[in-house]
Write a protein that binds this ligand. Structure first.
Ligand SMILES: Cc1cc2nc3c(=O)[nH]c(=O)nc-3n(C[C@H](O)[C@H](O)[C@H](O)COP(=O)(O)O)c2cc1C
Length: 260
């Protein structure tokens, strides 16, 4: 029962963490639950870097904030991800996936519907929204006591081959275990994904972590203790909505949706 409750209570943390450190004991527990995940032929292709050094965290934070500003400024973000955003409760309730835009930065709220258009983008630039979102992102990362880089061993991670798929699948299971455990330790976790969106910035991230040629950097996360009351950030990427069973499960073959 405890495990099921933890699974249903897991959520993405988008707000600030408390400044206090994550104990070594908890860090190692998270690494052990990651390694408890299944992997093809027990290959355990995952590798992790635990980062507490304040200068490294500042460097990642700067890169993340700059990437966010650039993505919004150039319109790349909204062009790439427009299809995941929902604008009405009705749309959200029907599709039950994606993110409901109910928490835009204050100056933009009257323009909710235009935010993904060229005019909306222009307005956002005029209002200095890209820089503001970048700074908010930088601060969130800079204020995190622990970063976690997830990597794969390239001996197993060979994109285009089955072992490439298996490795990604295994790493997903390992990170899933971490994600499902943090809550019981009073911790939160969030992807630091903006540098991944810009190849030159992702290369810079690899340099920060001194990634050797035989490893591939797959993802970076920030972790820390959660404050009592979480405040939502300017754009909240998280959503509790889930599809109904009939929207993603079939019975016997792909022609028969399962009944709810
Ligand atoms: C592959 C993947 C990439 C994600 N990227 C981000 C991200 O860049 N930033 C973020 O805050 N959340 C990210 N998320 C979290 C999702 O937005 C989140 O899981 C989803 O909105 C559901 O919310 P929940 O995790 O709180 O249930 C990602 C999740 C996955 C599995």
């Amino acid at each position: 029962m405890e495990l099921t409750a933890a699974l249903f209570n897991r959520r993405t943390s988008n707000g600030p963490f408390l400044p206090g450190p994550v104990s070594r004991e908890h860090q190692h527990l998270l690494m052990s639950v990651a390694a408890a995940a299944p992997s093809h032929f027990n290959s355990q292709p995952w590798r992790f870097v635990l980062v507490e050094d304040p200068q490294t965290i500042r460097d990642v934070a700067d890169l993340s904030g700059r990437s966010m500003t650039e993505l919004i400024e150039r319109g790349v973000f909204f062009e790439r991800y427009r299809r995941y955003f929902r604008f009405t409760a009705q749309e959200m309730n029907e599709r039950r996936d994606g993110i409901f835009i109910d928490h835009l930065p204050k100056p933009l709220r009257p323009f909710t519907r235009q935010v993904f258009s060229d005019a909306g983008l222009k307005l956002m630039r005029q209002l200095g929204v890209p820089a503001r979102l970048g700074e908010e992102n930088r601060r969130l990362v800079a204020g995190s006591p622990l970063l976690l880089a997830a990597l794969l061993d390239k001996a197993e991670y060979r994109p285009g081959e089955l072992s490439g798929f298996y490795s990604v699948f295994g790493l997903g299971a390992a990170v899933g275990n971490i994600w499902n455990t943090v809550g019981s330790l009073g911790l939160g976790i969030q992807f630091i994904s903006t540098p991944m969106e810009l190849p030159e910035n992702w290369r810079a991230m690899q340099e920060i972590f001194k990634v050797p040629p035989h490893l591939e950097l797959m993802a970076v996360y920030r972790l820390g203790h959660l404050p009592e009351a979480e405040t939502r950030p300017a754009i909240d990427w998280s959503s509790r909505h889930r599809k109904k069973i009939s929207q993603y499960v079939f019975r016997e073959d792909c022609t028969q949706p399962e009944q709810d």
